[in-house]
Ligand binder design. Structure first.
Ligand code: ADP
Ligand code: ADP
Length: 224
């Protein structure tokens, strides 16, 4: 699906301008949003995920008005927030099964198929009966992706997912993202240049709430 963001602005109650007339078009595949801390990335991700309001502007996902038709958007969306929490005392299988139930997958056998499939896809099948509290950072992030993929979303938003991962886990995570970006629209926010350079077909550079540049990583990153 195609996401069209026009003149999106957000000022927080304390006067901080987090987004200032952001305009972006995002096509299917992997899109990278690159910017330093405080650039406005999380604010933009939360607004796209219908979890926060903006002050002005418009967002369309194909012909769906994202700022208005929230239920519709949520059905099509998988969102992995920055620093999402996990319940440490349940296993990966149990929690994913629970979220699958919340998503409306009522039938046990069908749910097991879906949950097992997601655990396989994210390389967590072997550790599915381990408690989440014992998971490494990389395992947690992959679990987050499994959770975000429940319901087969068409748009996936991942906010700073590779921060704190070691190089080996980062490669693993990159492989997983390019796998899921094959037939979906995936937006990856990051402050790490190699995330977008390795993965994304197109990207934007954002700073202080402004989109500075937009285009192909190979072209833009040369100029950084
Ligand atoms: P990024 O994700 O790129 O680090 P954020 O969207 O988190 O950027 O933040 C953009 C700016 O908005 C920063 O200056 C941040 O301090 C400020 N900010 C974020 N959330 C809030 C909030 N709830 N209240 C006030 N200011 C905020
Ligand atoms: P929201 O409630 O903001 O729409 P979610 O639907 O993603 O966000 O999450 C619902 C609840 O589940 C929240 O309380 C959130 O903290 C919690 N949650 C989200 N992801 C996980 C996770 N991987 N493990 C445990 N709890 C989570």
């Amino acid at each position: 699906m195609e996401l069209r963001i026009r003149n999106l602005s957000k000022t927080y109650a304390n006067g901080v301008v987090a987004l200032d007339r952001v305009t972006l078009s995002i096509l299917p595949g992997m899109f990278g949003l690159l910017g330093p801390n405080g650039a406005g990335k999380s604010t933009l991700m939360r607004i796209l995920a219908t979890l926060q309001e903006c002050d002005a502007g418009s967002v369309f996902l194909d012909d769906i008005d994202v700022l208005d038709e929230q239920d519709e958007v949520r059905r099509l969306l998988g969102y992995l927030p920055q620093d999402f929490g996990v319940y440490p005392k349940v296993t990966a299988y149990e929690l994913l099964d629970h979220f699958a139930q919340l998503k409306g997958l009522a039938q046990r056998g069908r749910r097991r198929e879906v949950v097992d499939g997601l655990l396989q896809q994210t390389n967590l099948f072997e550790v599915r009966h381990q408690k989440l509290g014992g998971f490494s950072g990389g395992m947690r992030q992959r679990f987050g992706i499994a959770q975000a993929l429940l319901g087969d979303p068409r748009l996936i938003i991942v906010d700073e997912p590779t921060a704190g991962l070691d190089p080996q886990e980062r490669v693993r995570f990159h492989n997983l993202l390019s796998d899921i970006g094959d037939d979906r629209t995936v937006i990856l926010s990051t402050h790490i240049v190699s995330d977008v350079a390795d993965l994304c077909a197109s990207m934007a550079i954002i700073n202080k709430g402004h989109v500075l540049l937009c285009g192909e990583p190979a072209r833009l990153i040369e100029g950084i």
